[in-house]
Design a protein. Sequence first.
Length: 283
Amino acid sequence: MSWIFLAFGSVIFFTTLNLLQRVLALDSKNPRAMAIVFNSIAALIALLIFTLTGAFRDFVIPSSPKAWIALLIASFCYAMFERGRFIAAKLLDASVLTTIMNIAVLVAFVGAIFFYSEPLTTNKLLGGALIIGALFLVSINNKTKKSSREGVIVAVVISIMLGLGWMLDKLGTQFFNASTYNIFVWTIPIIFIYFPHIKLQKIKMELKMASWKVFALAGLNVVGYLMQLKALETAEVTRVIPIVQTSTLFTILLGIILLKEREHIPRKIVAGLMAIAGAFFLI
């Protein structure tokens, strides 16, 4: 399957995930315990997909130390993102956090140019600039409210971590394959999230509180991420990541219709058109 269809398939799943997250809020008492629950369920779903699709026949265990180092670093980055995302969400307004989180796309885009020596063509530069610009455009908030310094620092750090994780995913799919890497990258971060210790009772409470919601959201996340990884197997990071992140824009545009979020509609429409144009240049 062409990487383009995989990338846009990922956009569909991530857009659905984002919309459901707004409706099925997971009210967490202990964000780190919830992160463990979410990642554990996601790891089980990834393993189920791995088994049912027959991907286990292509299970790959590379011998190169570089492969495992890259996997551990990516897992650590994703774990730090999971540990900090709820803290940042509590300390910052959603619009401020969304704006800062766009740093992740920049980190992955710029990092891939240097790390993989991916060529920076005019079309790629224009497409990436349009999508990233659109992301910042819809994140702007006219309300002036002082943001927590701690929240801003946490948000910047986890955004960098997320961007580094996305950048390293390409290396992971090269050494392993998308299906094998998908299992490891959902499982290993649990160790870093759990460290140094968290009571089992707190994890049980979060699982009970989230109920079926966490299974639905984890399933959408796993499938969307797996499609993103499969796209990265054959395409460049500087093409795939910006396109996949248009899911944020489609979430906002669909929110106008489905969730009746009618603020700044002209700006959202302009951003959507910018993102579509950007995707066209990246294809």
